[in-house]
Design a protein around this ligand. Structure first.
Ligand SMILES: *[C@@H]1O[C@H](CO)[C@@H](O)[C@H](O)[C@H]1NC(C)=O
Ligand SMILES: *[C@@H]1O[C@H](CO)[C@@H](O)[C@H](O)[C@H]1NC(C)=O
Ligand SMILES: *[C@@H]1O[C@H](CO)[C@@H](O)[C@H](O)[C@H]1NC(C)=O
Ligand SMILES: *[C@@H]1O[C@H](CO)[C@@H](O)[C@H](O)[C@H]1NC(C)=O
Ligand SMILES: *[C@@H]1O[C@H](CO)[C@@H](O)[C@H](O)[C@H]1NC(C)=O
Length: 809
């Protein structure tokens, strides 16, 4: 039995070794910050679905919408609840909802989905209210939250179905919402609730089973030479109309409407005259169906033309585990809507419609344009004045021909593993006076990835585990001024600082972290937040793009720790690397050690099996890290093994742990061990227990064979997974080094006929980690990355003494 467990440990160690050796690419977060109890969390017993957030910096609170409750929590410490108001469904409503076939305890509840600021003291709030959406006004005054009781119909402003994606935006007193307007969820609408309410035409060419994810306003009227209007941008996915497929294929879209739209006079009465949409392109490294947009964040710039939408995409088919972030400049989107060609439907065969580029004449004023100087010159001051020709054109052709391409032509981040769900982006002014956009991306398993794209190079600084259990991050908000991030989930809301520089202890570590928020302060000798540095300070070191550590002071040589070598014992030399991207290099008297039947190298250190006198000498553990094309080599630990020649060798009172600190004198029998505590295998090979076990040898040999097979096949699988991941990152790296020229990237873009659908699906089906593929049983870390969790910790290695007995037979 002991041999079995020992073997499985060895197998685990070997797997781990093969993994740490392979783990050298950038899709892996450099640092993993596991869940800490110190995180500030808000939750109330019995309340779930903390999915809506409204930041009120001026009131000092974060408003949190959950199921049947709204909270005002302290923006500096969300664990501090300032006020709460409950908004429960009435029994009658719940009964009504249940009688329509909905689940009483899940669907027939009131999920707060809309929270917007109206003025200094008043908010507008809507809830699903047992499939009967309702809105009300909410005030926060004198430390109290109060619903005004002025309930309004919420149809079209808030979804009926709590599981449906939805988006809304308050502009002045107008509420823009994108949701379904009926109980069945079959009638999608983009609605403006105002004195002059406007909505989309109910036609599949406008919206076809959409999933709305995000809306925001861009104030394009500012310094507009064309006298243009402000616009509301909307991101969603819907059924494609531009591809020929047997089955439905979804695409991601950006659409926009003009703030000043008033609808048409005869055509498009009370409907948008400015609803235009275009496909969003974000090409994954492997050919795939178009990816689906999941969340968007608008990084605002003073000059709105330089504002950028950051969007998270996940695969359309559940087989793949890759997600990506693509960014789109407002001006690129604007160019397509203002100058691009339209698509138009043409009938081919019977009852089959194909959408192709429209090449005919385009009416003036341009269809879908806001009222601008051109229109005003023609005497048209309002959309009501637009001619029927323009309106009919846009009613029938809301789709642009060209797709919006991402800023650098490719994703800023591609990650394999748990899917990305939500994103916020902070623009950070670094010590080099440049701004870096730091992406915080929530995942489906409760992590936040903090990433930067350094001139084409994707770099995940760290991944932070916010929830102990793998729950999906369902909202993410950023307060740049407070330097805080807020993440909601089904079970609560968590607050985390945008950075924690004190995680990095040494100058080299601080520089290699490449965190724009952090710099090494040479005077205090600490990795500090750049905001906390005195502005005149020129004693801080930061090197983001190059990760150049040459300005760091020469580190003190690592002091050697003395270890007593007791012949035939197993010796463990701990060594913990600081980075997931680093590989370990063990040297013994300047010779590189490799894992074999004598040495086991794993993430926690080195294991010397059944040590002999010849193993005495100096062992160094180096961390080798490739960053930005350079290799950084640094020594993490040094051990000096010395033959122990004290009394009682082999006896049960043998001293096993003899440690000194950086001097040659052996104190002997020390229990207070400075520095990392070396553990020794304390199984005594001479004990009678070991000798009476030989009868089990035959059985064990079979087990050994089986385990080795299993071990080998697991390694094979993992190598396969790795090589795929590696291939992808190499390819990406290659791409980064290519010229920035326009690349025709989307493999799925021009499918001439239906047979190609099969070709397209091919690679999807060959993905290594599909849901029903038990290769996934390999122990991935919570975030789905290719780490291997050590099967054994230091104390459980005791049984290894047996192995030597076996190998002698
Ligand atoms: C936040 O508030 C909680 C609850 O009042 C308190 O226990 C905790 O110490 C506070 N944390 C900080 C960092 O102020
Ligand atoms: C805020 O808006 C509400 C609702 O529209 C209104 O009743 C209230 O008078 C407004 N308050 C202020 C201070 O403008
Ligand atoms: C709300 O949370 C509960 C409890 O985790 C979960 O079962 C339910 O699916 C959630 N509802 C929505 C709409 O997300
Ligand atoms: C449009 O506005 C201009 C200037 O405000 C005005 O002179 C003109 O009469 C208006 N035209 C219409 C058709 O209302
Ligand atoms: C920052 O990191 C240090 C070291 O890991 C930890 O002790 C501290 O609690 C963290 N601070 C915050 C605010 O998370």
């Amino acid at each position: 039995m002991s041999l079995l467990s020992a073997l499985s440990i060895v197998c685990g160690l070997m797997l781990h070794v093969s993994f740490s050796a392979l783990n050298t690419h950038y899709c892996v977060p450099r640092k993993t910050v596991p869940f800490q109890n110190g995180l500030r969390l808000f939750r109330e017993e019995g309340i779930f679905n903390y999915s809506t957030m409204l930041m009120s910096d001026d009131l000092g609170v974060l408003l949190l919408g959950a199921r049947e409750a709204i909270y005002a929590v302290d923006i500096n410490n969300i664990s501090v609840r300032k006020a709460v108001v409950y908004w429960r469904v009435t029994e009658e409503k719940q009964r009504e909802c249940k009688s329509k076939g909905k689940l009483a305890e899940v669907e027939c509840r009131n999920y707060i989905r809309t929270l917007h600021r109206v003025n200094d003291t008043t908010m507008y709030v809507c809830g699903t209210n047992a499939f009967s959406p309702t809105c009300d006004y909410l005030t926060f005054a004198n430390g109290q939250l109060r619903l005004e009781g002025k309930q309004e119909e919420g149809k079209g402003k808030c979804p009926f179905d709590p599981f449906q994606r939805y988006s809304s935006l308050m502009v002045g007193n107008d509420l823009y919402s994108a949701t379904s307007i009926n109980f069945l969820g079959s009638e999608p609408v983009v609605l403006r609730s105002s004195d002059l309410a406007l909505r989309t035409e109910f036609k599949s060419s406008w919206l076809s089973e959409p999933n709305f994810v995000y809306m925001d306003l861009v104030a394009e009227s500012l310094d507009s030479p064309d006298g243009d209007d402000d616009k509301v941008y909307l991101f969603f996915s819907e059924n494609a109309m531009e591809y020929d497929f047997y089955s439905k294929v979804a695409v991601s879209r950006v659409a926009r409407v003009c703030k000043g739209d008033m609808g048409g006079q005869r055509t498009l009465q009370r409907k948008w005259t400015s609803f235009l949409k275009a496909r969003l392109d974000c090409s994954f490294p492997e050919p795939s169906l178009p990816p689906i947009v999941q969340d968007v964040f608008l990084l605002k710039h003073q000059d709105w033309r330089k504002s950028v939408f950051y969007a998270v995409f996940t695969p359309q088919s559940g087989l793949s585990q890759i997600s990506a972030v693509c960014a789109y400049s407002v001006s690129a989107i604007q160019d397509i809507f203002n100058e691009g060609k339209f698509k138009t439907p043409v009938a081919v065969e019977t009852s089959h419609v194909k959408w192709v580029m429209y090449t005919g004449e385009v009416p003036v004023p341009r269809p879908g344009a806001c009222i601008n100087k051109v229109a005003r010159k023609l005497g048209m001051n309002r959309s009501l004045d637009l001619p029927d020709k323009t309106l009919q054109f846009i009613r029938d052709r809301p789709l642009m021909d060209e797709a919006v391409r991402p800023l650098t032509g490719r994703p800023l981040l591609v990650k394999r593993g748990a899917l990305l769900t939500h994103i916020v982006v902070d623009s950070v002014l670094a010590l080099d006076r440049q701004r870096y956009d730091v992406m915080f991306v929530g995942t489906a398993n409760g992590y936040v990835q903090k990433a930067v794209n350094y001139a084409g190079e994707m770099f995940i600084i760290e991944e932070i585990q916010l929830y102990e259990s793998p729950v999906s991050i369902s909202t993410l908000r950023l307060s740049s001024s407070k330097g805080q991030l807020y993440a909601g989930s089904e079970f609560g809301a968590v607050q985390m600082p945008v950075s924690n520089c004190s995680r990095y202890n040494t100058c080299v570590d601080c520089i290699l972290a490449r965190d724009p928020y952090c710099a090494w302060d040479l005077t205090t000798e600490q990795c500090s937040s750049i905001d906390s540095l005195p502005s005149s300070s020129n004693t801080a070191v930061q090197s983001l793009k190059e990760a150049d550590v040459s300005q760091c002071p020469q580190p003190d040589p690592v002091a050697a720790v003395d270890i007593a070598l007791v012949p035939e014992n197993n010796i463990q030399l701990p060594c913990q690397l600081h980075s997931n991207l680093a590989q370990v290099l063990w040297l013994f008297s300047d010779q590189t050690l490799h894992s074999n039947n004598k040495y086991y190298i794993y993430s926690g250190g080195l294991l010397i099996l059944s040590a002999s006198e010849s193993d005495a000498g100096l062992y160094t553990c180096d961390s080798v890290e490739q960053i930005s094309g350079r290799t950084y080599n640094r020594t993490v630990a040094v051990y000096r093994l010395q033959l122990y020649s004290g009394p009682g060798v082999g006896g049960s009172t043998t001293p096993r742990n003899v440690v000194t600190n950086s001097s040659d004198s052996i104190h002997g029998l020390t229990t207070a061990t400075p520095g990392p505590k070396p553990g020794l295998g304390n199984e005594d090979p001479l004990s009678p227990q070991n000798q009476k076990d030989t009868g089990k040898v035959i059985h064990l040999e079979v087990a050994v064979a089986l385990l080795s097979l299993l071990c080998l096949s697991m390694m094979g699988v993992m190598f396969w997974i790795w090589s795929r991941g590696h291939w992808e990152c190499l390819k990406l790296a290659q791409r980064s080094s290519e010229s920035e020229g326009k690349r025709q990237s989307a493999e799925y873009m021009h499918i001439p006929n239906r047979t190609s659908e099969i070709k397209l699906l091919g690679p999807e089906l060959r993905r290594p980690c599909s849901a029903n593929n038990n290769h996934c049983a390999v122990d991935f870390k919570g975030n789905g990355e290719h780490h291997f969790t050590p099967m054994a910790n230091i104390s459980s290695l005791d049984g290894l003494g047996y192995i030597n007995d076996e190998s002698e037979i």
